[in-house]
Design a protein around this ligand. Structure first.
Ligand code: AMP
Length: 219
């Protein structure tokens, strides 16, 4: 069977991280989220984390040279040998070209780009209520998926908080960055007939079912 290299596309806050984590569990593939990788480096205070921090916290894209090596290194690890889910990468045409070149050398290619779509009002509502566990990174939402006890992660009991870049002013910047830099990738994958659009306006279960139907079609 061809290696399952799946790319998750869509604006920040559309819910693709939640769905990527579920699909990863279902398909037993690693969920490679570049945002999570950066947050981990920032938490550990590594040189990469320190460099990335000013961009991430300002809602700006981290320069390609910092993100590409990090991602290519991650997908070269043994647990990615059957495939992986790329969540938040590529985010620019430059990153996409570098990914395609690296995959070609390995005899691999992106199998499908699942594109999660929702209007801006829904995205802003989702991001502003999103909470992330400081300890394990699990995502909850004050309105749509509240934790049993406010401020306490259901998964590990850690403290939940709003990500610095989920604050309203940063969200505007991130959505701008998305339109300018990531928008052209949608057209690119559509032309390549690899785009699988998914209506992400529905609840988590319905979106999950739509995603599973799209993945099943890939065979
Ligand atoms: P996310 O968790 O996917 O919303 O990513 C959080 C932040 O990490 C983004 O706003 C960027 O600052 C940074 N980041 C994640 N992935 C990338 C990427 N592929 N290219 C550039 N910056 C990224």
């Amino acid at each position: 069977m061809a290696k399952q290299v799946l790319v998750f596309l869509g604006p920040p806050g559309v819910g693709k991280g939640t769905q990527a984590a579920r699909l990863a569990q279902q398909l037993k593939l690693p969920h490679v989220s570049t945002g999570d990788l950066f947050r981990d480096h920032m938490k550990r205070g590594t040189p990469l984390g320190l460099k990335a921090k000013e961009f991430v916290n300002a809602g700006k894209l981290v320069p390609d040279e910092l993100v590409v090596d990090l991602t290519l290194d991650r997908i070269s690890q043994a647990d990615c040998s059957n495939g992986y889910i790329l969540d938040g990468f590529p985010r620019t045409v430059g990153q996409d070209n570098m990914l395609a070149n690296a995959l070609e050398k390995r005899g691999e290619a992106v199998r499908s780009a699942l594109y999660f779509k929702a209007p801006k009002e829904i995205i802003v509502e989702r991001i502003s209520g999103r909470r992330t566990c400081k300890a394990c990174g699990a995502i909850s939402h004050v309105k749509f998926a509240p934790t049993k006890k406010a401020g306490v992660c259901d998964v590990c009991g850690g403290e939940t908080c709003q990500r610095a870049d989920d604050a309203a002013d940063k969200v505007v910047k991130r959505l701008e960055e998305y339109d300018v830099n990531t928008g052209p990738l949608i057209t690119h994958y559509e032309k390549a007939r690899l785009l699988a659009p998914i209506d992400a306006t529905k609840g988590v279960e319905e979106v999950f079912n739509a995603m599973m139907a799209a993945v099943k079609k890939l065979g």
